[in-house]
Design a protein around this ligand. Structure first.
Ligand code: F6P
Length: 501
C-alpha cells in the first residue's frame, strides 16, 4: 500500500467488533443515519472515531468537495472521454441547461406514453424491451421491484444475444399486441441490434402490419435509430452525457414509466433527487454515500478484502445485486488513476450477493466460518411487499438482523472447533421504510454517489469502461475475417464449436 494516507489509516489499532459496543457505547447514534425513507447502520463495521477522522482527511486531500461540485455543475468529470456525467440532471439536479434538456426529453417520453395508452399504436398489452448492460439492468430492477402486482403491461426485458432469451420472451407474447422498445445508448451494440432484428422478423412472420410502426427507440444516438428504421416520432432521446449504467432515469426507463405509470416514475426521480441534494449539500460527517465509501475503502484498500457481499432481505429487491455489480465493477474496476498513472492499491472489490433468506442456506457458511473476510451489506424493508400472514415478514427481518448479530458476535467453542464461529465480521444494514418508488430512487442514487465517492478517494475516473472493449473487438474481427493468429486453445474451440466459422 503506497498511499501515505491509507498507510496512516492502516496503522490505527483495529477494533474488535465483539466488544465494540462496550468500548464505544455511543457508536449506534454516531454511526447510524436516517435520510428520508432510508436508515443506514454502519455501527457493526470496524469504523471508529479515529478511522472516520482519517477518512475525512483523505477526502479533503483528494479534493472530494471540488469533484462533487464538478459532477453537479456538469463539468467533464469523465476526463478520458471529455464528457460530463449528468445522471443527476435527469432528476432535476445539476447544470440548469442540462436539467432543462432532460425535462424536455421527459416531456417527449410522457407524450408518447399518453399516446400508447390512448391506443395510438394499437391495443398494446406486452412490452418487449431489448437492451443490454445499463440499457437493461436498471429498467429490469425497477419493473421487477415495483411492478410485482403485474404492473399495467406484461414486460419482458431481453438482453442476452443467446436466442433462448428472446424465444422465451416472445413465446408468451401476442405479436399483434406487442410494443418493441429498442434501448441502446449507442444504437450499435451487437446483441441489441441482433435481438431487435429477430423481434422484427417474429412480427413479420406473424403477419403484423408495419412492424417498424411498433418500435420505440430509447437512445442517445437518434440518427442511428432513424437510419435503422424507427420513425423519428417514436425515438426517445437522452443526452450523451448520461452514462449507460446511470441511464435508468432517462428514456431508458421507458418500460418502467409505461408499466408503472408516470406518477410512479416521477416519484422514483424525486426520491433520487432528494438523495442528490443530500449528497451535494450535507456535511461530510453526515453524508451517507461518503460514509459508506469510507467503509468500502477501509475493507477493500486497508484490509485488502477482495469482495463485498450484499443480500437483499426482500424479494422485491432480488435484482439489486446484479444491478450493483455493473454499477460498481464497471465504474471502479480500474488500474489507473484519472491521469493515467498506476493506482496506489486495490480498486473496486468484486460485488456479489443474493437474496435472504435463500442465501443463508447456500453461501453464508463461508461468511461465518470461511477464511476470507467479506464485508456484508443487508438491505431490508420495514413494510412487506405482500398481504400474506405477517409471520412471513417477521421471519424475514428476524433472520436478517440475526445474521448481522451472528457475524459480529461469533461463538466460542474450544472443545469443538468445527462448531466455533470467529465473529468480528462486519456488516452494514440498510433499512427502508418500504420499497416505494421514492425509496428505490433514493437507494439507487445513494449507490451511484457512493460509487463516485469511492472513485474520488482512489483518484480514478468511474465514468469510462474501456475494459469492456477488447473482447468485443476480437469477436468482431472473428466475425469479419475469421479466426486468425489465435493461440491453439482458441483456434481449437472455434473449430470444434463453429466449424472454423
Ligand atoms: O459493454 C458495456 C456497455 O458499454 C455498457 O456500459 C452499456 O451499458 C452497455 O454496453 C450497452 O450499451 P448500449 O446502451 O450502447 O447498447
Amino acid at each position: 500500500m503506497s498511499s501515505p494516507a491509507l498507510a496512516a489509516l492502516a496503522a490505527l489499532p483495529q477494533a474488535d467488533l465483539k466488544s465494540i459496543f462496550t468500548t464505544d457505547p455511543d457508536r449506534l447514534s454516531k454511526f447510524t443515519l436516517t435520510q428520508g425513507p432510508i436508515r443506514f447502520d454502519w455501527s457493526k463495521t470496524h469504523l471508529t472515531d479515529g478511522l472516520f477522522d482519517g477518512f475525512l482527511k483523505l477526502a479533503e486531500e483528494k479534493g472530494f468537495a471540488g469533484h462533487r461540485d464538478a459532477l453537479f455543475a456538469g463539468e467533464a468529470v469523465n476526463n478520458t472521454e471529455g464528457r460530463a456525467a449528468e445522471h443527476p440532471a435527469e432528476r432535476g439536479e445539476g447544470n440548469a441547461d442540462s436539467v432543462a434538456r432532460a425535462k424536455m426529453f421527459h416531456a417527449r417520453m410522457r407524450a408518447l406514453i399518453d399516446a400508447i395508452e390512448g391506443e395510438a399504436l394499437g391495443p398494446i398489452r406486452h412490452i418487449l424491451h431489448i437492451g443490454i448492460g445499463g440499457s437493461a439492468l436498471g429498467p429490469d430492477l425497477i419493473v421487477d421491484a415495483l411492478g410485482g402486482d403485474g404492473g399495467r403491461y406484461d414486460v419482458a426485458i431481453v438482453s442476452n444475444v443467446d436466442g433462448t432469451a428472446l424465444e422465451r420472451a416472445i413465446s408468451r407474447f401476442d405479436p399483434e399486441a406487442t410494443l418493441i422498445a429498442v434501448a441502446s445508448k449507442t444504437f450499435t451494440t451487437t446483441e441489441t441490434m441482433l435481438n431487435a432484428a429477430s423481434a422484427i422478423n417474429w412480427m413479420v412472420e406473424a403477419g403484423v402490419d408495419d412492424p417498424y410502426g411498433r418500435v420505440i427507440a430509447l437512445t442517445a444516438s437518434p440518427d442511428k435509430a432513424i437510419e435503422w428504421g424507427v420513425d423519428e416520432t417514436r425515438v426517445l432521446p437522452f443526452a450523451e452525457s448520461v452514462g449507460g449504467r446511470y441511464s435508468l432515469w432517462s428514456s431508458i426507463g421507458f418500460p418502467a414509466a409505461l408499466a408503472l405509470g408516470w406518477d410512479a416514475f416521477e416519484s422514483l426521480l424525486e426520491g433520487a433527487a432528494a438523495m442528490d441534494r443530500h449528497f451535494r449539500l450535507s456535511d461530510p460527517r453526515q453524508n451517507a454515500p461518503l460514509i459508506a465509501a469510507f467503509v468500502d475503502q477501509y475493507y477493500a484498500r486497508v484490509l485488502g478484502c477482495q469482495t463485498r457481499a450484499l443480500f437483499a432481505y426482500d424479494e422485491r429487491l432480488r435484482l439489486l445485486p446484479s444491478y450493483l455489480q455493473q454499477l460498481e465493477m464497471e465504474s471502479n474496476g480500474k488500474s489507473v488513476t484519472r491521469d493515467g498513472t498506476p493506482v496506489d492499491g486495490p480498486t473496486a472489490p468484486i460485488t456479489w450477493g443474493g437474496v435472504g433468506t435463500d442465501a443463508q442456506h447456500a453461501v453464508f457458511q463461508l461468511l461465518h466460518q470461511g477464511t476470507i473476510l467479506t464485508p456484508v451489506e443487508f438491505i431490508a424493508s420495514i413494510e412487506p411487499g405482500h398481504a400474506l400472514d405477517p409471520a412471513h415478514h417477521r421471519a424475514l427481518l428476524v433472520n436478517c438482523f440475526a445474521q448481522g448479530a451472528a457475524l459480529m458476535r461469533g461463538k466460542d467453542n474450544a472443545a469443538d472447533p468445527a462448531r466455533a464461529y470467529h465473529g468480528n465480521r462486519p456488516s452494514t444494514t440498510i433499512l427502508l421504510d418500504d420499497v416505494t418508488p421514492e425509496a428505490l430512487g433514493a437507494l439507487i442514487a445513494f449507490y451511484e454517489h457512493r460509487t463516485f465517492a469511492n472513485a474520488v478517494l482512489m483518484g480514478i475516473n468511474p465514468f469510462d469502461q474501456f475494459g469492456v472493449e477488447l473482447g468485443k473487438e476480437i469477436a468482431r474481427s472473428i466475425e469479419a475475417e475469421g479466426p486468425k493468429g489465435f493461440d491453439p486453445s482458441t483456434m481449437a474451440l472455434i473449430d470444434l464449436a463453429l466449424g472454423g466459422v
